[in-house]
Design a protein around this ligand. Structure first.
Ligand SMILES: Nc1ncnc2c1ncn2[C@@H]1O[C@H](COP(=O)(O)OP(=O)(O)OP(=O)(O)O)[C@@H](O)[C@H]1O
Length: 286
C-alpha cells in the first residue's frame, strides 16, 4: 500500500512510498517535533546494503516512559546511536526540546539535556562511587573535563552527588571503588552518572541485561521512580518483557528498521503485527 498520505508520529506527512503491503501502524496522536521532548523525523540509517533504520519517526512526550522493543537486528541500537549522536543518520532529523540536534556532536548532547546511561567501561574504575558521580556533576557544571576535577574541589558537586547516589540506592556504596561493585550496582552507577548531567531525556540501553531476577525487578522500580520523582522523559531499549510491560507508558515495536506499532502495554500484547514479528525470529515471547 502507499504511505504517501500518511501522517507520522511527529506530525509530518510521510513522503516515501516503498510499496509495503503492511497496514499503517496504530500510532498515537501526532506529536509535532516542537512539542515533543524528543522527536525523530523520517530517520534512515544504512550500513552498506543493510537498511538498519528505515524512514522512522517518533515523538516522545515530556515525562513519558517509552520502551523500544523488537526482534534481534530490528534497529533499536542503531536508532539509539543516531539519537545520541554516536552515529549520524543517513537521512532524517532528531529534535530535542523542539530544536534540531541532528548534526550536533555526541559530547554536546548532555549539555542540551540528553543523557545515556554510562556503560561499565565508561566508569572511572579506580575511583569511588561518590567520585564517579561527583566528577560528572562537576564536568556538567564546568562544561568540560579538566584535571582540576581530581584535585582539591571536593565540595564542588559533592552534596549533589550524594543526593543522586541516594536516589539510585547507592548510599551504602559511596566509598566503594567502581571496579569492585557487583554488575547490578555498576549499572546503577551508570544511571546515576547520567542523572548527574541533569537531563531532560534519559536513554537506557538494556538496563537490566545480565541481571538476576531480583536485581532486574529493583532496576525496573528504580527507573520508574526516577521518572516519577524527576518528571524525566525516559526511553529504554529492553529485552525483558516483564520490565517493559510493567513500567512503560507506551511501547514502540520495531521490525526491520520500521515502527510497526506504538501503543499502551495492553494494546501491544494484543497486537497481531507485533505477535507476527516476534514469532518471525524473536528469542522472547510477548
Ligand atoms: N556497524 C554496523 N555495520 C554493519 N551492519 C550493522 C552495524 N550495526 C548494525 N548493523 C546491522 O543493522 C541491523 C540493525 O542492528 P541493530 O544492532 O541496530 O539492531 P538491534 O535491534 O539493536 O538488535 P539486537 O536486539 O540484536 O541488539 C542489523 O542487521 C545489524 O546487523
Amino acid at each position: 500500500m502507499s504511505h504517501a498520505n500518511e501522517t507520522d508520529e511527529v506530525g509530518h506527512a510521510k513522503s516515501t512510498d516503498r510499496g509495503h503491503d503492511q497496514e499503517p501502524s496504530p500510532i498515537e496522536p501526532a506529536v509535532a517535533p516542537s512539542s515533543a521532548v524528543l522527536g525523530v523525523h523520517e530517520m534512515t540509517r544504512t550500513f552498506g546494503e543493510v537498511l538498519a533504520v528505515d524512514t522512522l519517526s517518533l515523538g516522545i512526550e515530556a515525562g513519558e516512559l517509552r520502551a523500544v522493543i523488537g526482534p534481534n537486528g530490528a534497529g533499536k541500537t542503531t536508532l539509539f546511536n543516531c539519537i545520541m549522536g554516536a552515529l549520524n543518520p543517513t537521512e532524517g532529523s532528531v529534535y530535542l526540546n523542539g530544536s534540531e540536534i541532528t548534526g550536533d556532536a555526541e559530547e554536546q548532547r548532555p549539555h542540551k539535556g540528553m543523557a545515556r546511561s554510562f556503560q561499565s567501561n565508561q566508569l572511572f574504575a579506580d575511583q569511588t562511587v561518590l567520585e564517579n558521580i561527583r566528577l560528572v556533576v562537576q564536568t556538567a557544571r564546568q562544561g568540560a573535563f579538566s584535571m582540576d576535577l581530581f584535585r582539591s574541589h571536593y565540595s564542588v558537586g559533592r552534596e549533589r552527588a550524594i543526593e543522586i547516589a541516594d536516589d539510585v540506592g547507592l548510599t551504602a556504596d559511596l566509598d566503594a571503588e567502581a571496579k569492585n561493585l557487583p554488575h547490578g550496582e555498576q549499572r546503577r552507577l551508570g544511571i546515576a552518572m547520567a542523572l548527574a548531567t541533569d537531563p531532560d531525556v534519559l536513554l537506557l540501553d538494556e538496563p537490566t541485561s545480565g541481571m538476576s531476577p531480583a536485581a532486574t525487578a529493583e532496576t525496573a522500580s528504580l527507573i520508574k521512580e526516577v521518572r516519577d520523582d524527576r518528571g524525566l522523559t525516559v526511553v529504554l531499549i529492553e529485552h525483558d518483557m516483564d520490565v517493559v510491560l510493567s513500567i512503560s507508558d507506551r511501547i514502540t515495536v520495531l521490525n526491520r528498521g520500521e515502527v510497526i506499532a506504538t501503543d499502551s502495554p495492553d494494546a501491544i500484547q494484543g497486537n497481531q503485527a507485533v505477535q507476527d514479528a516476534y514469532l518471525g525470529g524473536m528469542r522472547e515471547e510477548i
